[in-house]
Design a protein around this ligand. Structure first.
Ligand code: FPP
Length: 253
């Protein structure tokens, strides 16, 4: 029985009734898209969509722990998102700051380890400070590795890794013939984090949008029309059920 059918065969959706027989993706990455459209559909400001998006995120973190997902990486702000109106960026920064301050206690209670993935240089210092403090406080937690991609852009990340390797070549520390795939992986923001097994994008868009381009080489991709603020535990379970039906071959027959 797959995860989805086992859950629906059970009386209620409580964690006790959750019988997990299938293969659980170790690392799930999510492009949380559709907050703005969710709000516009309700004649609300876009900020209301982002607030509602935080609720979905909380639910998906809980569900990940319950199901046994070990790594969850969410795309919270791309390096391209800076092109949005200044008022929206300001709101998002305030939201990121308030959320980490409000949720740190729960992250500790649930045993969640938080990591910030992205270019920290152009983020407001108070945001970086709050997230770095959370990284430090949660560093011993082991229930779930929760990675927040903030001011993240995959091409820049790969370019930065090239530059690090280039410097090592120039200094004679590294021989160009010896460079291997692991050398590049080890110089990405996501070093020490395994590649995602499963990538989910909400809101009906079928794009990757510069997210983890190197890391998702063999990930299973899943696109759903559900807007992020509507994406809840049952949608997550349904997505994982779909993952369990996939046959991952990694290029083999
Ligand atoms: C995409 O929707 C969503 C974002 C750019 C922001 C996502 C942020 C959150 C859900 C809050 C997460 C908070 C923390 C602390 C990690 P969109 O605005 O692109 O929606 P649209 O495509 O409908 O306009």
């Amino acid at each position: 029985m797959s995860l989805f059918s086992s859950i629906f065969a059970s009386k209620k959706n409580s964690s006790q009734d959750l019988i997990i027989n299938g293969n659980i993706p170790k690392h799930v990455a999510i492009i949380m898209d559709g907050n703005g459209r969710w709000a516009t559909k309700r004649h609300l400001p876009r900020s209301a969509g982002h607030r509602a998006g935080v609720e979905s995120l909380r639910e998906i973190i809980n569900a990940s722990i319950e199901i046994g997902v070990e790594y969850l990486t969410v795309y919270s702000l791309s390096s391209e998102n800076w092109k949005r109106p200044e008022s929206e960026i300001k709101f998002l920064m305030k939201l990121f700051l308030a959320t980490i301050k409000n949720e740190l206690r729960l992250l500790m209670e649930y045993g969640v380890r938080l990591r910030l993935v992205g270019d920290r240089k152009s983020l407001p210092p108070e945001v970086v400070e709050a997230y770095e403090e959370a990284e430090k406080k949660t560093s011993e937690n082991t229930k779930l590795n929760f990675n927040i991609a903030l001011n993240y852009g995959s091409r820049q990340e790969i370019l930065d890794a090239f530059k690090i390797l280039g410097k090592k070549i120039n200094s004679g520390e590294l021989n160009i013939e010896d460079i291997c795939i692991k050398d590049l992986s080890d110089n990405l923001y996501t070093k020490d984090i395994p590649d995602p097994d499963f990538l989910i994008r909400t809101s009906g868009e079928h794009r990757i949008s510069n997210f983890l381009l190197w890391q998702i080489s063999y990930s299973e991709l899943y696109f759903t029309k559900v807007l992020w603020p509507d994406f809840k535990r049952k949608h997550f379970i349904k997505a994982i059920d779909e993952y369990q039906k996939r046959n991952r071959r990694f290029g083999k027959l």
